[in-house]
Design a protein around this ligand. Sequence first.
Ligand SMILES: [Zn+2]
Length: 96
Amino acid sequence: MSGFPGCSWCHGKGCICCPAEEKKAAERAHEPLIVARRNDPGDMADLKELFGADALRHAFGPDGEGMAEVHRNAALFNLKQALRKWNPNKTRRRKD
Ligand SMILES: [Zn+2]
């Protein structure tokens, strides 16, 4: 049995979960990494920090990790966005 390399159960060795994992991955591939809302200042600030020119230059520069870094920044963006929705008052940026 040839497995799906992205299978989180067998990592591609081949198991009964491979077809379902492959289907889920295909569905995720059509979703955007992030959805930033223009009218949300928190979204716009995080967008600039995590996907601005400096962030992309770093990701694809000599010290960067390319798409892995972009995906990590997307995960961070989505986490921060979810926290803001959950409790807007406790996730505001601190003023140093
Ligand atoms: Zn598998």
